[in-house]
Design a protein around this ligand. Structure first.
Ligand SMILES: *[C@@H]1O[C@H](CO)[C@@H](O)[C@H](O)[C@H]1NC(C)=O
Ligand SMILES: *[C@@H]1O[C@H](CO)[C@@H](O)[C@H](O)[C@H]1NC(C)=O
Ligand SMILES: *[C@@H]1O[C@H](CO)[C@@H](O)[C@H](O)[C@H]1NC(C)=O
Length: 352
């Protein structure tokens, strides 16, 4: 310091201190400005992130309309004309931007092992790349809440008159259908009619074979598969009402498609039009189906299994007709989807 004093005249010393001071002030000012702009940038980024999350989650929409995380499970019962409906999903998936996946289950066993139940639930719930997704397969109802996952899928299904379903299955095994013509079916070449089968007491037309729609809706509990169980019927009804978004009937499939489109346009926009104008790809007729004799009908209807399965079918039918009555109006013999009938008012506190 001493040397510096000696070597510089007083005035220059003063000037140097002054310049140094000003420089420090300028730099500090710059740093502050940088800080401010960084804070500004951070808040902009945060806001954008929040906006994006909100858009993704869609807090203001019901689960059914919430776009991109929805998973629909259609645990179809064999021979309920389910293929017609599934094909609509395949035809729409590209345009409406969702995924369709067939769950192929070995040996067509609708009851999954416990380890498969967990695999399936975990996989479907966390597989982001396949959301929104529509899964279809021949499996019994699975209650996702039981496995500790938060997001439950939406279940839908279609049921059919139980005797018609069984007859359809019977002939399907014997002569296939016009859908996969080349495929040889298990009982191919067996020419026995359903009536002959019933009168001779054959195994493929036993009343026990009617036990199908109840256990599918009842689920993965052993009692569900106990043929003729009234508990299973009640459980099937309970699941229908509490776990399924919509269940239709084969006999009125077009109305089912129409209501589904109104309820879940994210997936089914355009489905009704496609169903009405669509060509054969949506219809799958079993070959060589013959009407049943009175004796056959009486024999089946005497069984307890038929009584329970039929009670379930009629319960579903009523349930569906109630949903439909509240979803559409009829004009000149045509059905029209009702517009939104509620709105909000008296919204407080008022926005300024
Ligand atoms: C399910 O997978 C098996 C084995 O790959 C195949 O033979 C069968 O045709 C598949 N089922 C359907 C309905 O595609
Ligand atoms: C779900 O399963 C499929 C097929 O096994 C697999 O490719 C996919 O990675 C799985 N997804 C998750 C999230 O586990
Ligand atoms: C009829 O079905 C075929 C096969 O699925 C499809 O390629 C074609 O576009 C359909 N035509 C109409 C008019 O829907």
């Amino acid at each position: 310091m001493g040397l510096w004093k000696i070597m510089m005249p007083q005035k220059i010393q003063l000037l140097a201190v002054l310049v140094f001071g000003v420089a420090v002030m300028l730099i500090e000012n710059q740093i502050q400005k940088l800080d401010e702009s960084r804070a500004k940038l951070e808040s902009v980024l945060l806001k954008r992130e929040v906006a994006e999350t909100e858009r993704r989650v869609g807090e203001d929409q019901p689960v059914a309309a919430r776009g991109d995380n929805t998973v629909i499970i259609y645990n179809r019962v064999p021979k309920t004309a389910s293929t017609s409906f599934t094909n609509i999903a395949y035809d729409l998936c590209r345009k409406n931007q969702f995924h369709v996946l067939h769950v192929n289950i070995s040996r067509n066993n609708p009851v999954l092992s416990l380890q498969d139940q967990i695999r399936f639930v975990k996989n479907i719930t966390s597989w982001k790349e396949k959301k929104p997704g529509f899964y279809h397969g021949h499996m019994a109802y699975l209650d996702f809440a039981k496995y500790g996952v938060k997001d439950k899928p939406l279940y839908i299904n279609v049921v059919r008159d139980p005797i018609e379903r069984l007859v359809s299955y019977y002939y399907f095994l014997r002569s296939g259908d016009d859908y996969r013509r080349g495929l040889r079916r298990r009982k191919q070449g067996d020419k026995q009619t359903f009536d002959e089968c019933v009168s001779s007491g054959g195994p493929d037309c036993k009343p026990e074979k009617l036990w199908m729609q109840i256990p599918f809706f009842c689920g993965h509990v052993s009692e569900c598969w106990n043929v003729g169980s009234r508990w299973a019927l009640e459980q099937a009804k309970y699941n229908l009402m509490n776990q399924y978004l919509l269940v239709g009937v084969t006999e009125e499939l077009e109305d089912f498609v129409m209501i589904l489109e109104a309820a879940l346009p994210r997936f089914f926009k355009g489905a009704t039009e496609l169903y009405r104008t669509g060509n054969k790809s949506h219809l799958r007729k079993t070959n060589d189906k013959k009407p049943l004799t009175k004796e056959t009908m009486e024999k089946l209807r005497q069984s307890d299994v038929w009584k329970l399965e039929n009670e379930f079918y009629e319960f579903v039918l009523k349930y569906f007709q109630f949903v439909r009555a509240h979803a559409v109006r009829k004009k000149d013999g045509e059905l029209y989807i009702l517009a939104q009938s509620f709105f909000y008012e008296k919204i407080h506190p008022k926005a300024n």
